[in-house]
Design a protein around this ligand. Structure first.
Ligand code: NAD
Length: 351
């Protein structure tokens, strides 16, 4: 049994679906179902008796302790977070509450649980914390990509809150001996991503003829990884990562935002043609305050030490992604109408 947090969000739901497809081991999925947690992401997993969904807050330490006691997991895989930079600029409080205080509560519950495990189970226990490359700050054009040893320099309330949680996780290993693993991954894209993030926002706007808003000059660079590859990397780190260590995960795919949007428009022109090119919908809007210029991940450690490699190139992953959104109009409609929020409100737990 493993214990997953945030498994109704974008990456978490992909992880849950992949896990159920590739392992017999059951999992508990604790998710608060904020606006970013969508029961529609888990439609296939809902039928599976190995998936135990619990609606709840990682910051509710009594609940987490009770669940750990009840299900006796061999690992915690921690995805739950507030994850959108723009929202962190408009309202940082939720980011401090979930990403810092919530992770702290989860660590406390895990520490207590771990301390009471028999030695043979302690040896195998892992607490895997999923984090972001944004903790490293912004790179100049010629600077080398982020390595695990790069100094932290978070610039947004989101990245600062994730950096704080990374430090807490590190401290729980060094101080209490909790067998932690941390992963810092580049920007993900793929199925089930909430359409406030660049790629699904552009696809969903394009399809209804809305403007495609690009911050500033569109020259900000991000390093992109297909979500399925992130999930295989997390599974690999869980299996073979060394406790107390961190692993950078990325696909060696640096792209400017404008380049990504041009690619999306060109794919849509071929998959869903209309009289004018989708590129005609591009508009430039006032830049995000403090917008980091460039992120780039050096993934050589996880490749060398754990033998992980992404299966998708940007070209194959982005085509799959556009196809998925074209084929899942109902999923998009559920978000657009807000119906998914009603479903989330009704849902308490599954199995
Ligand atoms: P998301 O916003 O899509 O999903 C977050 C999930 O966490 C949602 O299901 C939400 O309901 C749940 N959640 C939020 N607060 C909670 C709380 N207090 N208790 C329980 N559940 C709560 O996020 P995502 O894009 O899937 O990111 C998942 C993790 O991966 C995050 O920790 C994020 O920092 C990290 N990450 C994301 C990316 C990316 O490109 N999306 C890249 C690197 C790392």
């Amino acid at each position: 049994m493993i214990f997953v947090t945030g498994g109704a969000g974008f990456i978490g739901s992909n992880f849950v679906i992949d896990w159920l497809a590739s392992s017999d081991e059951p999992l508990v999925n604790l998710d608060k179902l904020t606006y970013a947690g969508n029961p529609d992401n888990l439609l296939s997993a809902r039928q599976d008796a190995r998936h135990i969904f619990i609606k709840g807050d990682i910051g509710d330490q009594a609940l987490v302790s009770r669940l750990l006691q009840q299900y006796q997991p061999r690992a915690v895989v921690h995805f739950a977070a507030e994850s959108h930079v723009d929202r962190s600029i408009d309202g940082p409080a939720d980011f401090v509450s979930t990403n810092i205080n919530g992770t702290f509560s989860l660590l406390e519950a895990a520490r207590e649980y771990y301390a009471a495990l028999p030695a043979v189970k302690q040896r195998d226990f892992r607490f895997l914390h999923v984090s972001t490359d944004e903790v490293y700050g912004s790179l100049a054009p010629n600077e080398p990509a982020f390595r695990e040893t790069t100094a932290y320099a978070p610039n947004s309330p989101y990245s600062a809150s994730k950096a704080a949680s990374d430090h807490l996780v590190r401290a729980y290993h060094h101080t209490y001996g909790l067998p932690t693993l941390t992963t810092n991954c580049s920007n993900n894209y793929g199925p089930y991503q909430f359409p406030e993030k660049l790629i699904p926002l552009m696809i969903t706007h394009a399809l209804v003829g809305k403007p495609l808003p690009i911050y500033g000059d569109g020259a900000n660079v991000r390093d992109w990884l297909y979500v399925g590859d992130h999930c295989t990397a997390v599974r690999r780190v869980l299996e073979a990562g060394m406790p107390g260590q961190t692993y950078n995960i990325g696909g060696w795919n640096e792209k400017t935002n404008l380049g990504v949007v041009h690619t999306l428009c060109d794919i849509l022109d071929s998959m869903a043609p209309k009289s004018e090119s989708y590129r005609d919908q591009i508009t430039f809007v006032t830049d995000r305050p403090g917008h980091d210029r460039r992120y780039a991940i050096d993934a050589s450690r996880i490749e060398r030490e754990l033998g992980w490699r992404p299966a998708e190139t940007f070209d194959t992953g982005i085509r799959k992604t556009v196809r998925w959104y074209l084929d899942h109009a109902e999923w998009i409609a559920g978000i657009r109408s807000g119906a998914y929020l009603n479903r989330a409100q009704q849902l308490q737990s599954m199995n």
